[in-house]
Each structure stands twice: as structure tokens, then as C-alpha cells.
Design a protein around this ligand. Structure first.
Ligand code: XMP
Length: 317
């Protein structure tokens, strides 16, 4: 395979986008590396006729919306933050099946964009789809492993022209491109399009989402701290999921019946395969103690996932 050259890719991509985006465009900016890189490329091509839409689905990480908004401002990308959380919570009410969740989220995303695009007068929809997204969504002869929200959820009647400037790239290539473009999120861990909805096993209610949001935050903080202190290497991706099983525990001398959190951390190169990270026991212990203390009324058990990909996937849904 030819060595990836970010400078050459940028020049060629921007030139192509100048022709392709012949009218106003909106960008699905999630704050992740993929969509931010796509946003910067498109902004370089057609600065003033581009609007980045950041949708707060209610399934975002702690502080995410503020972080993304200030990052886009720094990058000079024209943007708008849309709080659609109520709409997403309503859409996922009673939904348990992972594929159904992904499809519903994908569709809602596009509906929100369509509405915003209409207001803005956008004719093009730019997306940060990368190669593993469409390969794993059942490209060609492959089986559908998961419908990635930016592929599987696209409704057939979408009336914007889709533009995917980085769809041939793998994660490591996107990261080197991000570094070249001086995008500060280049080393940030990936975050799935459907967000925390796929980290709540079963129905992603606002309450259970809040539990996993806080658990993810604790897992992130502790692993980032430990890696800063040189205790461990920062994994490629690290987070928590909340399981649909309750277990018996004890709080003080009272019986408790609470949720189980699974912590996941993996090393990977391109997300196609991954190795469960060997996190130092002291770090895992601290994460477990913090989660069961700070989420005392909801969680009384924490487990660590040691499955590689394959046979597991990185996310649990
Ligand atoms: P899995 O769980 O399939 O995930 O091993 C591989 C990588 O992709 C992320 N992921 C997604 N990214 N839309 C995305 O843009 C999605 O629907 C989606 N689902 C999973 C996941 O976090 C991991 O980095």
C-alpha cells in the first residue's frame, strides 16, 4: 500500500471539494476526529458557504457540547449547536434492539440536519464517514456487523447530495491528516456516532444515559491521569457501558440491588481489530471505587472486559 501523504491528500481533496460543493453545504460535526477533519477540509474549500451543525443528541459525553463549540470556533468553522436531546430520547423510548437504535438515531440525525439545512439553504451534506464505517456496514460481500449511524440510517428520500471526503481513509490516516491540519482532536479517542445510546445496553433512557455518562467520565479521567503519571499507556479507546443486569450488593449494612458497569479499554490501530488493554490493577480499582461511590444510588458492581476484537467488537452494541 502506498504511504499516506496528508499534504497531498489535503491539496487534492480541497480541489475536489471546491468543484463538488457547488452550493451551500452543511456538515455533520460531532467533535470527533473524523467529522472535524471533514469539516476543516470542506471549510478550506468553501469557507463562507459552509455551516457545521453540531447536534446534541442527549447521548454526548460530559462537557462535550461546550468543548466542540469552542473547538470549531478556534478552527474558524462556521457552526451551530442544536439541542435535540428531547427528540432523541423520545425516539428511543422502549427501543432495545441495537440495530434498531442505530437506525433510529441515524434517521433522526438526518432529519435534524435536513431541517437545519433547509433553514440555511444547504444543498450538500458532508459526512465524516471513514472506511471501517462502510466496510462494517455491509459493503459488498461482507456481512453487516453493525449499521454505523452515518451509513445504515440514511433514509432513501434524503434530498441533499451526500459528500464523504474521507470515506477511503482508515483511522490512522485520518489522525495523521488531523495532525497535519492542526486539528487539536487528532489524538482524541474515537466516539461512536450513536453516542452513549450504544453504551446503555437495552433501553437508553435519560436516567440510564446519565449513569453511563458519569461512568465514562470517571473511566476517562482516571486512565488519562494514570497515563500522565506514567503508570500506563493511554489506550486507543476507553469507556464504560451500563449492563441490563442488576446484582445484589451491600451498602453500609443494607442490601442493595443495583446496576452493573463494565469498563472497556482497547489498543487498536484502525478499529478493525483490537486488543483488550492490560490496565494496571490499581487504576481499575480506583475506577471501580469512584464509580460505586459517585454513583452510589445506581451502581454497586463494576467489571472489566478482557475480550479482544474479534471475537468482540469495541463497543458492546
Ligand atoms: P466496533 O464497536 O464496531 O467499533 O468495533 C469500531 C470503532 O467505530 C466506532 N463506532 C462508530 N463510529 N458511527 C461511527 O462513526 C457508528 O455508528 C459507530 N459505531 C461504533 C467505535 O467506537 C470504534 O472506535
Amino acid at each position: 500500500m502506498a504511504f499516506f501523504n496528508p499534504e497531498k491528500f489535503t491539496t487534492e481533496s480541497v480541489e475536489k471539494l471546491k468543484t463538488e460543493l457547488s452550493d451551500k453545504a452543511i456538515i455533520a460535526a460531532s467533535g470527533g476526529v473524523d467529522s472535524t477533519v471533514a469539516a476543516v477540509l470542506a471549510a478550506k474549500a468553501v469557507k463562507d458557504s459552509l455551516l457545521a451543525i453540531y447536534v446534541d443528541t442527549g447521548y454526548m459525553r460530559v462537557g462535550e457540547s461546550e468543548y466542540v463549540s469552542s473547538m470549531l470556533s478556534e478552527l474558524g468553522v462556521q457552526h451551530k449547536v442544536v439541542d435535540a436531546s428531547e427528540q432523541f430520547y423520545a425516539g428511543l423510548k422502549g427501543v432495545i434492539d441495537p440495530e434498531e437504535k442505530r437506525k433510529i438515531i441515524g434517521e433522526l440525525f438526518i432529519r435534524v440536519f435536513e431541517k437545519e439545512a433547509e433553514e440555511y439553504g444547504g444543498k450538500f451534506l458532508v459526512q465524516g464517514t471513514i472506511a471501517p464505517d462502510w466496510i462494517e456496514s455491509g459493503g459488498g460481500l461482507r456481512d453487516t456487523i453493525k449499521s454505523h449511524h452515518n451509513v445504515g440510517g440514511l433514509p432513501e428520500d434524503m434530498d441533499m447530495v451526500l459528500c464523504e471526503p474521507i470515506r477511503e481513509l482508515y483511522k490512522d490516516e485520518v489522525r495523521s491528516l488531523a495532525e497535519y491540519l492542526e486539528v487539536s482532536v487528532s489524538q482524541r479517542q474515537p466516539f461512536p456516532g450513536p453516542g452513549l445510546a450504544v453504551r446503555v445496553m437495552g433501553e437508553a433512557t435519560p436516567e440510564r444515559t446519565e449513569v453511563v455518562r458519569q461512568a465514562c467520565h470517571i473511566a476517562e479521567e482516571e486512565m488519562e491521569l494514570a497515563s500522565k503519571e506514567g503508570i500506563m499507556e493511554l489506550p486507543w479507546q476507553y469507556f464504560a457501558v451500563v449492563l441490563p443486569v442488576k446484582t445484589v450488593g451491600v451498602q453500609g449494612d443494607v442490601r442493595a440491588y443495583g446496576n452493573t458497569i463494565a469498563v472497556r479499554a482497547v489498543h487498536s490501530f484502525d478499529a478493525m481489530t483490537a486488543k483488550a488493554a492490560e490496565i494496571p490493577y490499581s487504576v481499575l480499582k480506583k475506577i471501580s471505587e469512584r464509580i460505586t461511590r459517585e454513583l452510589k444510588s445506581e451502581v454497586n458492581r463494576v467489571v472489566y472486559d478482557i475480550t479482544d476484537k474479534p471475537p468482540g467488537t469495541i463497543e458492546w452494541e
